[in-house]
Design a protein around this ligand. Sequence first.
Ligand SMILES: CC(=O)N[C@H]1[C@@H](OP(=O)(O)OP(=O)(O)OC[C@H]2O[C@@H](n3ccc(=O)[nH]c3=O)[C@H](O)[C@@H]2O)O[C@H](CO)[C@@H](O)[C@@H]1O[C@H](C)C(=O)N[C@@H](C)C(=O)N[C@H](CCC(=O)O)C(=O)O
Ligand SMILES: Nc1ncnc2c1ncn2[C@@H]1O[C@H](COP(=O)(O)OP(=O)(O)OP(=O)(O)O)[C@@H](O)[C@H]1O
Ligand SMILES: N[C@H](CCC[C@H](N)C(=O)O)C(=O)O
Ligand SMILES: [Mg+2]
Length: 489
Amino acid sequence: MKLQTLLSRLPGFWVHRGGNPDIVALEMDSRHVTPGSLFFCLKGFTVDGHDFAEQAVARGAAAVVAERPLAVDAPLVLVPDSRRAMAILADAFYGHPTHRLHLIGVTGTNGKTTTTHIIDQIARKAGKKTGLIGTVGIKIGARSYPAANTTPESLVLQRTFKQMIDEGVEFAAMEVSSHALHQGRVHGCDYDVAVFTNLTQDHLDYHGTMDEYRNAKGLLFAQLGNRYDERRPKFAVLNHDDPVSQYYKHMTAAPIITYGIRTKSDVMAEEIAMTPSGMAFRLCTPHGSAVVETKLVGLFNVYNMLAAAAACLASGFSLETIAAALRDVEPVSGRFETVDEGQNFTIIVDYAHTPDSLENALKTVRQFAKRNVYVVIGCGGDRDRTKRPLMAQVAVRHADVAVFTSDNPRSEDPQQILRDMEAGVSDQDGRYVTIPDREEAIRYAIRQAQEGDVVLIAGKGHETYQIIGGNVIEFDDRAVARAAVRERT
Ligand SMILES: CC(=O)N[C@H]1[C@@H](OP(=O)(O)OP(=O)(O)OC[C@H]2O[C@@H](n3ccc(=O)[nH]c3=O)[C@H](O)[C@@H]2O)O[C@H](CO)[C@@H](O)[C@@H]1O[C@H](C)C(=O)N[C@@H](C)C(=O)N[C@H](CCC(=O)O)C(=O)O
Ligand SMILES: Nc1ncnc2c1ncn2[C@@H]1O[C@H](COP(=O)(O)OP(=O)(O)OP(=O)(O)O)[C@@H](O)[C@H]1O
Ligand SMILES: N[C@H](CCC[C@H](N)C(=O)O)C(=O)O
Ligand SMILES: [Mg+2]
């Protein structure tokens, strides 16, 4: 596509200096630039992309989009906001792919990955070829790709949607993080259904206050197509049991579908029963009701299933298809995943890394633990410091033995992170030990465990690495736990 043709899709005020080359690719990272690319200079949190324009041109960039004049040997497009220009031009360059996809966006503090996976499983049961974007990676049909972020930058997103369209995908579900909403990574995504799971404390390092965090997530609902088109209706799916939903209701013009357990809602779970091998409940909807038996555990997973069911009803799937898919739902990697090496106690690896999710996970474990509950838990470095003492409190309150350890210390001193955790608890609160080395901590808990105990290893779930300083070291809680059990025997 010619640069001028592409720029004709960019509304507003901008200045173009130089020629009209063919643009064959869009890039925002100079290291990925190939000949014929249009390079976007983005001001980041760490460096300023404008400083890499020269390098991009040296690698063959055909033109550069920037917010200030640069001495580069290539046509230059000056815009007031290159991130916004990138979202608009990526959407145009790839042919507005989300206009041709049925797209569901899921936001909330906890449950996004789980809910999007359940939605994906329902859509596949209904015979759709699907796409999925989130923390665990990107999936297009049967193929998986790694992803650096839960919600990628607009350019990567639009490119991914285009690939989905090219491969015959018609239905996609994605996680929408608060960071992505705040940074405009999802500008241009034409969602059909926007889903809210819940809001509890996380990411205050980034958003500063809970109000700012709530507002960032609210952008998903505020940006949901503000027009009524009966050929492509939009829906906001809200958790009625979470008071923040009342706020989001006012942020959107879209019809609302509510779900809940405690508050009268459109989609509800009744007669909830925890069984030794999972849960059962009656899924009640405006289209009738159906009994669902599932191997997923934890009341929070009933919420995730209700959110997914409501989103899929809004998407036109029948109650029968939804209920049948829910019965067959497979757990997500690293979410309440059991490690079974034939030991006479239970080991669970889970991704809980917030006070609320840790409390939910521990309460769920309590429901079936015959004896003591051990929890191995750390807090991520370069992330919300204020959640550390709260997570420690939850751990000692709900477990018999808490083992405080490391979880991706990143650039921080692991000992300081542990001190932040310990500040939340006193010796009277319960038993805890501090073992900074995560492998040692897991081994300790597994060595202590007796018949009937449960060891919950929380925080890293599916992650197969540990970030220490600038190094990414291979580390998998499940593999470490398996080895620790073998060591006992
Ligand atoms: C705080 C934050 O959001 N950071 C994101 C941001 O990085 P950054 O601002 O530091 O980027 P930068 O390194 O300063 O680079 C600025 C620009 O220069 C370019 N550059 C840089 C170096 C170079 O040699 N050449 C070059 O062109 C970069 O490509 C970029 O365009 O832009 C990057 C590219 O899109 C993101 O990968 C990165 O996410 C980092 C990895 C991150 O940890 N983000 C977390 C906080 C996050 O976003 N998490 C949410 C999930 C949260 C949840 O679900 O709980 C997520 O959606 O992932
Ligand atoms: N609806 C829920 N409410 C509270 N806790 C939940 C819920 N669903 C899952 N959890 C807990 O939170 C953990 C993370 O779940 P999941 O990965 O689905 O959330 P997420 O929102 O995608 O997280 P992230 O922000 O890291 O992407 C799970 O391992 C479980 O312990
Ligand atoms: N999406 C979350 C993941 C946290 C996972 C945990 N293992 C950690 O490193 O803190 C975040 O970026 O805050
Ligand atoms: Mg996730």
